[in-house]
Write a protein that binds this ligand. Sequence first.
Ligand code: FAD
Length: 445
Amino acid sequence: MRLLWSRALLATICAGVLPVLFLWWQNTIPGSLDNAAACLTAAGRITGLLAAYLLLVLVALMARVPWLENRVGSDVTARYHRALGEYTVVLACAHAALIIAGYAWQTGTNPVAETVDVVVDYTDVWLSAVALGLLLLVGTVSARAVRRRLSYESWYHVHLLVYLAIGLAFSHEFAVGTDFSTSPRNRLLWSGAHAVVAAALLLFRVAVPLRRSLRHGVRITEVVAEGPGVVSLYLAGRDLDLLGAEAGQFLRWRFLAPGHWWQSHPYSLSEAPGPDRLRITVKDLGDSSSSLARLPPGTRVWFEGPYGAFTARRRGRHGSGTRPVLLIAGGAGITPIRALYETLPGRGADLVLLYRGSRHEDLVLYPELAAIAAHRGLGLYPLVGPRRSPGQDPLRAENLRRIVPDLAQREVYLCGPAGMARSARQELHRAGVPRRRIHTEAFEF
Ligand SMILES: Cc1cc2nc3c(=O)[nH]c(=O)nc-3n(C[C@H](O)[C@H](O)[C@H](O)COP(=O)(O)OP(=O)(O)OC[C@H]3O[C@@H](n4cnc5c(N)ncnc54)[C@H](O)[C@@H]3O)c2cc1C
């Protein structure tokens, strides 16, 4: 179902290109594309319109609209955002180059002199040049090689410049864009589209989280060490059942303590959500996650969410009943899996958990898992061993089939470090599990 929603989202984004192209077509006089300069300028208009449309789509994808977050999933919207971001930067550069080339050709000036002329003569074009510079900056810091060298916060804060770029570009679209300057109707429609996206952004990223955080009054009640570098935070609040959170979902948490209040981080619920209690379990992977262990009980917590499609709803039907399930966890990936293990319906071999770790002490929450397994009669298999031992990977197809003989019939939920998740997906596929039945939660966007 998630695949279907993801494809529907992509199809909708692609379909949105048609009205944008219609704007150009409607404002192009028949027979006017009879020379190279006019063709270059027309191509510049099209690429400009598409870049502006994609900018709007990029922001809409990050508006955290619950319907999208819970059906398509944040990992997929973030993937689309990243891919479309690259197209947007290319289209915006092409727009500037083609328009300049078209004007230069028409007036017989050289492109450099033409660039200086338009930038100096038109204030709005000058602002759009700044917008293009900002987009290039954001594109550069998002390139994988650069992104790896930056902290998440630095990358994120540079990324916010996209909003400024949209504002700057917007004013030049109306001032010099042929498709808007002459048509009040097009201006209205274009402004309307921007207003809807801005409203969604304010509603879902500011108003709703603020209202929920104030309404539920969540605070830390206890911080418990679970294993090497791993702590659980117990959180209490009012009427938490009204959040409608499900096992397998995550929230973005903002701890109102010095050094923390200005950043929010996603953490999954590590046990079934209760009416007055939630729990998250955090591995110390960086500055913020490692300092959570020092937060005192009573610390106020704001949050966004719940989000995520890694829930029981992904489980498909098999004949007249639900399919048996295999859960695979590694490292901090145990958190949503632990909540699913507790709550997914099933008895005995219907629900099996494979828990991968390099050492026994890395298998955090294991005593709880063992208690759930004993209470519900479920399958639980610790798979302990070094990471890189060729031919020994306990998650190889042959080994998986030995532990879970009906593997190919199962629905699989997988969460763990990126490398483990990638190779486990390949092995599961090799063992006959179709890709549509392998559900993963990625801990990085
Ligand atoms: C959907 C989801 C659920 C997660 N659930 C858990 C969990 O239950 N337990 C757990 O230990 N970890 C979880 N994580 C990972 C956790 O969010 C990061 O480890 C944490 O944010 C690291 O922050 P830092 O400042 O300590 O480290 P940094 O050194 O700043 O970041 C380490 C890496 O974490 C990622 N990251 C950092 N901040 C964010 C952010 N605000 N949003 C998205 N990614 C970020 C980046 O990829 C970065 O490269 C989850 C991540 C996602 C996306």
